[in-house]
Design a protein around this ligand. Sequence first.
Ligand code: AMP
Length: 282
Amino acid sequence: MKTITTIKEIRAALNQEKKSGKRIGFVPTMGYFHEGHLSLMHKAKEDCDVVVTSIFVNPTQFGPSEDFEAYPRDLKNDSKMAEEAGVDYLFLPSVEEMYPGERLTYVNVEKITKVLCGAKRPGHFQGVATVVSKLFNIIKPDFAYFGEKDYQQLVVLKKMVKGLNFDVQIVGVPTVRDKDGLAMSSRNKYLGPKEREAALILNKSLILAQEMVKNGERSSAKIKKSMTKLFEKEPLVNLEYLSICDIISLQEISGIKGKVLIALAARVRKARLIDNIVVEGN
Ligand code: AMP
């Protein structure tokens, strides 16, 4: 595995790979790897000849009172895990390398960035769309891999690729969970043992919703009510939003018909956690 920190060098190396006809798979991340990240790398390895992973804690996607400074970092261990996963190039640009000079250029996806996490984190998806556009222009991947855990991000980036004619195929990868059901996240590091136990309520509430749909419930209001009740029993967890919405437009829907996204965010002390599930009603 080659570790590269400059845009010039990664471009030169990947142009060479492209010239010899290699298919490039790209996994953008903010590091502090877990099995979720690894499953993206493994999928890229299956589909492509060359796998590039980037680690960049992107300042433009964090709000002023969010955890940019505190975000967990462990380059040494990440590097080892990436190498073991078969990554060919690890791209580690600095903030200065990615954003030299005054920042005046941004990429905006409208409407679908104003709901769910976008409503709670103004500017977040502008930061994500901007940095992913920049990374696509640097890496020029054939395939790029994103986790379904960040479902809204996946939908926004698919829309961006279509809207701006990026020549890349976005691939969604299912959420990887710990044995007890907690969706893996770098931010789980913020959880103490009691908080981690309490955080299981996120997944439990989604399973409850799934069961209700299986048993014939089609009313979003009733499902939301039961899920909210469950959260009320867990004082360590504050539900931030709960949405039952269309899987493409992300707009709220009142009844379960066809595939529907159930997405939520919750705070467990300083950790903001998200999770979701796609259910299907006939
Ligand atoms: P992050 O480093 O948290 O920005 O995540 C980098 C990529 O890994 C994003 O595409 C995430 O959606 C994906 N990812 C994070 N957690 C998981 C998970 N538990 N399962 C699958 N993919 C994940």
